[in-house]
Design a protein around this ligand. Structure first.
Ligand SMILES: NC(=O)c1ccc[n+]([C@@H]2O[C@H](COP(=O)([O-])OP(=O)(O)OC[C@H]3O[C@@H](n4cnc5c(N)ncnc54)[C@H](OP(=O)(O)O)[C@@H]3O)[C@@H](O)[C@H]2O)c1
Length: 227
């Protein structure tokens, strides 16, 4: 069987954790990148301590990856943060932290991941959000960061066209993960998708024909709003 390498950022929790488990089951060797350790214990899992906001940390991560492989078949840029507050109540450092984690972080992953792309093979999947296409109340920092992320992806896709790499962007609505914990408001989990629903879409993207990319897959719970 052909060995396939994947990088997943934000592997310690939520969707990144589920994606990592899924890819391991599919036979990938997975590099997981987050600031905290995961409890995943698998011979094909390599846990890396990475802060995506730091260019140096991301460079060190790729140095480690380079000791194992020259190329990545799949890059899943998923790490992200989400906090809620009105524009008037949002502190500048909270706003900036969203931009650093959700926009600058994926930029570092792309910029230094370029050396690990395999011509006509690598699939780069970003976990963006519906909030990258539509503004929502009390999430200005998050929306700004995800709108910015989508712009970054679009530009990079154009610049790297000659490489033949694929760029797919998932823009889900609310999914029941730990990201919703520790917020001041309580949200109805029954009106959110489950991580398993997400994995069904992810599976379709990963197994799609090699000549296909998904520039925008928007999906949400049937009770969710998208007007
Ligand atoms: N859940 C939803 O409703 C939903 C909907 C749409 C889009 N999304 C997007 O899906 C992605 C994953 O969200 P989730 O729901 O799975 O959230 P989560 O459970 O809170 O997980 C977030 C992950 O990102 C990692 N992370 C955060 N800051 C990081 C940093 N500076 N460096 C490295 N890793 C960092 C965290 O690991 P450490 O803290 O260990 O570093 C964690 O593994 C995010 O981009 C989010 O915006 C989620």
């Amino acid at each position: 069987m052909r060995i396939q390498y994947a990088l997943v950022t934000g592997s310690s929790s939520g969707l990144g954790y589920e994606i990592t488990q899924y890819l391991l089951e599919e036979g990938f060797i997975v590099f997981g990148a987050s600031r905290s350790e995961t409890d995943i214990d698998h011979p094909k899992f390599i846990d890396l301590d990475v802060d995506v906001t730091s260019e140096e940390s991301v460079q060190q991560m790729y140095d480690e990856i380079g000791k194992e492989t020259y190329g990545l078949h799949l890059i899943v840029s998923n790490a992200g943060i989400f906090e809620m507050s009105s524009v008037l109540e949002t502190e500048s450092d909270v706003f900036l932290n969203h931009l650093k984690t959700n926009t600058l972080g994926p930029f570092h992953i792309l910029k230094h991941g370029h050396d690990f792309t395999i011509e006509n093979v690598t699939h780069i999947v970003h976990i963006s959000s519906i909030a990258g296409k539509k503004g929502f109340e009390n999430v200005s920092a998050y929306c700004a960061s995800k709108f910015g992320l989508n712009g970054l992806i679009e530009s990079c896709r154009e610049e790297w066209k000659s490489l033949g790499v694929r760029f797919s962007t998932l823009m889900p609505g609310a999914i029941d993960t730990p990201i919703w914990e520790n917020l001041s408001d309580d949200f109805e989990r029954s009106k959110m998708l489950d991580p398993e629903d997400f994995i069904q879409v992810f599976d379709m993207v990963v197994k799609s024909p090699p000549n296909m990319q998904f520039s925008d897959i928007t999906f949400l719970h049937k009770s969710g709003k998208l007007e």
